[in-house]
Design a protein around this ligand. Structure first.
Ligand SMILES: Cc1cc2nc3c(=O)[nH]c(=O)nc-3n(C[C@H](O)[C@H](O)[C@H](O)COP(=O)(O)OP(=O)(O)OC[C@H]3O[C@@H](n4cnc5c(N)ncnc54)[C@H](O)[C@@H]3O)c2cc1C
Length: 435
């Protein structure tokens, strides 16, 4: 039987970052993952977009802190990975001023929290991104709606908010590998091809885990960072029923299309949130554009009961919906005949905000419900989880006296109580991938 200080179930970007930050504090960590390498779960297919517009003050504060980690990526890690280092592509974000986003609140929060930004009118937007049309199409519809989908816009969007500090990470799996190497450099251990089958407990505290092959590993602290399998692990631990906020897996398609003729979107494009068409898009290697959905009401949600079995094939209907929506914003977009892209799962919480919390089982913690938008926050969330675990294991009653701390780079106060499993459903949430 093996013994360690902290078992982390999952070696995705958040599991690895949690390991790195705990190992820096001197904890002996062990990440266990049923896949064969770090970042091979839902992280591998992440669009890895790094932006600061969230619907809540806490959300913007955490993402702003994340900007700083990405800008200081190699310093934060302090290692060189033989496999190579991932790169933060600092292309900036255009948040279109549309009815699909509460951009006025975002602007207020940027001003209050000090997030660097530019406030563009329509003419500036047109000058900075000449390939975009400014037509307003609200509300989002599907191509199946025929005339309603294709109707000509009657008004123009009034502009955009540009944040120069944002962008995307070029390789989410390599990033995760980099973070794993950094965790190992601080003594962190990793066990792959190993599936957690049981969470053992006694007297209201966690004892450790048992793997599918019968191996037992003990630790006073176990952290659920199992991504779309988070609800499976919570059920194993017997903690799900007592939580007010729960998680489940949602299927999500992302598509790739070429840049318009004569424009190099890979080099000159920016990440763009187009709430008017309920899409987000960003530059992608091979001079192409990657486009995903902001989950509008009109798109049916495909919830998955078994995260080990879901259809990984693109559907023609969703390809058309996303790519045609993009063609409304970029009128010269070439629309290929063959769909190209990926399918993976979000781990969605009841209100689309994450759960970073302890549980009712002593020593059992969760960093789950990342709802399609927490790759960018993985570095500060690793720190947050290490702060939470350290304080609670040293006696702080987090449920009644929530752990608060000042963020490493921005110095902003972060309240981990915001991410409580027992919060009321947060009405400020966008209830979408925008968080
Ligand atoms: C298509 C898509 C696009 C996205 N785009 C963005 C984006 O642009 N920006 C952004 O910020 N976020 C984005 N996200 C969200 C982001 O990628 C996730 O929030 C993040 O990757 C979650 O990391 P994780 O470590 O929690 O989970 P995962 O990477 O899913 O890792 C969980 C790990 O747990 C392991 N596991 C599960 N059960 C067990 C078990 N019983 N035993 C052992 N191991 C187990 C799995 O094998 C897996 O490797 C996107 C997500 C998807 C799916």
């Amino acid at each position: 039987m093996k013994q360690t200080d902290v078992i982390i179930i999952g070696a995705g970007v958040i599991g690895c970052s949690t390991a790195f930050e705990l190992a820096k504090r001197g904890y002996k960590t062990l990440n266990i993952d049923k896949n064969s390498d770090a970042g091979s779960g839902s992280t591998i297919n992440s669009c890895a977009i790094v932006r600061a517009h969230y619907s809540t003050r806490d959300g913007v504060s955490l993402a702003f802190e994340g900007f700083k980690y990405w800008a200081n990526y190699e310093d934060w890690l302090g290692i060189k990975d033989e496999r190579g280092m991932a790169r933060f592509m600092n292309c900036g974000t255009i948040l279109l001023k549309s009815q699909g986003h509460n951009w006025r609140k975002v602007l207020e929060l940027y001003r209050e929290l000090g997030v660097e930004h530019e406030d563009w009118d329509g003419a500036t937007l047109k000058k900075r991104m000449p390939i975009y049309g400014l037509g307003e199409y609200w509300p989002p519809t599907r191509p199946e709606a025929g005339d309603a989908f294709w109707k000509e816009p009657e008004r123009e969007l009034e502009g955009a908010i540009f944040t120069p500090g944002s962008g995307y990470v070029n390789d989410p799996q390599l990033t995760t590998h980099n973070i794993m190497v950094a965790a190992k450099s601080k003594g962190g251990e990793f066990l792959f091809n190993s599936e957690v089958a049981e969470i053992r407990k006694e007297g209201g505290r966690v004892l450790g885990v048992t793997l599918k092959d019968g191996t037992r590993i003990d630790a006073p602290v176990v952290v659920n960072v199992a991504g779309p399998h988070s609800f499976v692990i919570n059920r194993m631990a017997g903690v799900e029923n007592s939580m007010n906020i729960k998680t489940r897996a949602l299927r999500h398609e992302v598509h790739h299309v070429p840049s318009p003729e004569g424009f190099n979107f890979e080099k000159e494009g920016t990440h763009t949130s187009d709430g008017d068409n309920a899409i987000y898009f960003r530059p992608e290697a091979g001079n192409s554009i990657l486009v995903g959905s902001e989950d509008p009401e009109c798109d049916e949600k495909v919830w998955i009961d078994n995260p080990d079995e879901f259809d990984r094939n693109l559907t023609e209907a969703q390809w058309k919906a996303q790519v045609y929506r993009l063609a409304k914003r970029i009128p010269d977009l070439p629309v290929p005949n063959q769909p190209r892209g990926i399918v993976d799962l979000y781990d969605v919480s009841t209100d689309w905000l994450p759960i970073y919390d302890k549980s009712d089982l002593g020593g059992f913690y969760m960093a789950i419900g990342t709802s399609g938008h927490e790759f960018k926050n993985a570095p500060p969330v690793g720190y947050m989880m290490s702060e939470l675990i350290h304080r609670v294991e040293n006696g702080q009653d987090h449920d009644n006296d929530p752990v608060k701390y000042n963020a490493v780079y921005t110095g902003l106060e972060l309240n981990i109580g915001f991410y409580s499993r027992n919060r009321k459903i947060n009405p400020e949430s966008s209830f979408s991938v925008n968080g």
